[in-house]
Design a protein around this ligand. Sequence first.
Ligand code: 13P
Length: 273
Amino acid sequence: MTLQDKFQQLDKQNKALLAVNFYNFETLSAVLKAAAEQETAIILQSTKSTIDYLGLEVTANLARTAINQYGVKAWLHLDHAQDIDLIKQALDIGYDSVMIDASEKPIEENREITRKVVEMAEPYGANVEAELGYIAKLGQSKEKAAFTQPEEAKQFAEDTGIDALAVAIGSAHGFYDKEPDLDIELLSRIYKETPAALVLHGGSGIPDQQIQAAVRNGIRKINVATEVKNGFINTLRNELPQTNEIDLRKIFPSAINHVQHLLKDKLTMINQD
Ligand code: 13P
């Protein structure tokens, strides 16, 4: 099933998929183990930074092989790509889904480049996600409010033909300085207007009740990255001072388990009715 079809199915059920970033085999296996344990489908995401770190072939082939090994239904997604060449390479190597992030450009440019990516992805049958509005990236100000406007979202989705749209409704990447307060009313208005599947970026650190309200009001994909990095590294940070073990195959599993459990809890929370 394509991710586009899955989004249609989720829309009828008023449900969402978790989309989790991975960085190495350990975080990849943590995500897939959590999905296998919960018997749920999942989206695996990699950014340009991960591709720079692992190489595109390793990123794509490692993910594919691991998906088969763990017997999970999963789609491979390119997260926050700003470069058309990288998107083309990802499509060529078999990514199921790509995000073109031109959200920091003027809306006209965002529309143009997004339309190009939709055209490019069409022969591959791949899902295309774009972003409209301001969702603070790591290190950017969370104060600059430019929430997605329903009319604009509708027009943008119709003009570009995107399958999915990341909306700015009060979330931000990285951890929050104070508890986020998602604008659920705005989200429901965007949902009524736009034909694209709506995506919640900045899923780490959003209270469960707000995530569940977002899903009830139209979110179909929830992105989580920071909690994975944080959980993995902090587990290692706490354990390493207490051991002289140098066999990394004995050290990594506790970090993998930690991430697996935190994702399992998130999947349970998202799939609750
Ligand atoms: P977090 O930084 O909140 O985990 O968000 C991740 C994300 O949206 C990736 O696109």
